[in-house]
Design a protein around this ligand. Sequence first.
Ligand code: ADP
Ligand code: MG
Ligand code: MG
Length: 537
Amino acid sequence: DDLVGVDSLVANTAYLRALEVDRNKLRMQRVPLTLPKPKKSTAPRTAAEKTYESLCEQQPIGRRLFEQFLLTSDPQCVAAAEFLKELSHWSFAEDGNKDKTKQRILSKFCQPQSHTFLSYLTAEDVKMIMALAGKNDEAAMEQMRDATRNYLKGKPFLEYLKSPFFYHFLQWKECERQKITDRYFYEFRTLGRGGFGEVCAVQVKHTGQMYACKKLNKKRLKKKGGERLALLEKQILEKVNSAFIVNLAYAYQSKNHLCLVMNLMSGGDLGFHIYELGERGIRMERVVYYAAQIVTGILHLHSMDIVYRDLKPENVLLDGKGQCRLSDLGLAVELPKGKMICQRAGTTGYMAPEVLKQEYYRTSVDWWALGCSIYEMVAGRLPFKDFREKVQSSEVTRRTLEDDCKFEDKRFEGPTKDIINHLLKKKVLFRLGCRKDDDPRTHTFFKSINFHRLEAGLVEPPWVPKPDVVYSKDTEDFRDNSEIKDVKLDAKDEKFFKEFSTGAVSVCWQREMIDSGVFDEVNKPELNGRGLENVWT
Ligand code: ADP
Ligand code: MG
Ligand code: MG
């Protein structure tokens, strides 16, 4: 027993130390990175990859290098780069600062007598922008952004493609496309266990960046026929790009596992916070904050015609800063265009009446589950199932279909009761989130939240996890020694594993290089003036 305790302690200490390296960007402990020469095969291949939007706006490293190129070009390009920077400040400015930032942008970039005037703006443009400003700032700024984009897409973009900066970009792309194996990471303690294997903490050797690695046992996958679902989960994770859903950073294979590497959520799941830490339930200010992030995540999925189908506090994880993300997209499905689906899926206690009655549905089920989850965060029990109540699922179904939701707990306030009641409407047509043109974000329950700033990560979390606490059960609880003997992997399986193992996910990988400081370390601009072979064909 003592030995187990020591093992656990050692595992926790190593894990906490790695988190600290990541948090404080401790360079000394990283494996240095050198950029390879780009090969012809690395150059962007498809038409979509060669666009200005992809190369200079969407890819974080591409955006940085293009900006650096502009800043070393003629005064017109320098002004354009500075304008884009200030525009992004304006877009995220707090209400009090927004007007001042706009005024500064207008006087610096939209006045012909200013030395940073954007001279590609025609007299017509200037007139229109000044007329719009004050009445509709968004539109005025959009006008300036469009004009700038049109200008940059022309000659500056073509020159960038011939510059050392773009050569450098291709070097980064070469690095991004390397084969990922176990050796790319250090591995730390197990954080949880799922149906096909464990989830453990890992750290990228080059950057110090921590991630969670969900390891799916190949033989177990085959035995239980989970391959198709695993690929589906991977493809959905890869597609979504939201601050409130776990993002996929890498997909690779090792000898025995398929691995999904995602944001590490070191603060534990909301179920743990409701039930395992002190008094049951979560303080109201936190409930509102988490619900706002959950709503934003759900709206992102729905905007891509994806239903989550497994929303519950246990699937909402907190990161080290105290922000939350939806995780476990194993039940999520893409809805066929304009069609409904009819398939029982979800967790007892959170399933909507239309699912229980086996009716056709689309995204409505997630709004019902949100109602259940807000209720649970406040009261430490579900609307139709008490804490630790031993009850048949048929009885939970009956209550869900027939009973009214009761609010006996004193912690329920007016707006909280109201939003839950609207989310728990048994008829889809009356439910919040499902009625024509309604937006749950405008409900008074969320009146303290500025969603635009929330999405940019600019709203301070009401609670921050302690850096010296592991918000997870002991590693011993996750041990699993069962072996799968009667399964043989064949060539068809190998082909599938290869299809799954696509390596680094571009935007995520580039962001990792920038956030960890590795981009700035490696990107020394001594490249300037160096002759360039043209890899662009
Ligand atoms: P399954 O789909 O097999 O249920 P999950 O994706 O739910 O697997 O992961 C299993 C457990 O691993 C979770 O309950 C959680 O405790 C832990 N876990 C999953 N993803 C992460 C993550 N990104 N960060 C930290 N822990 C995680
Ligand atoms: Mg799970
Ligand atoms: Mg799952």
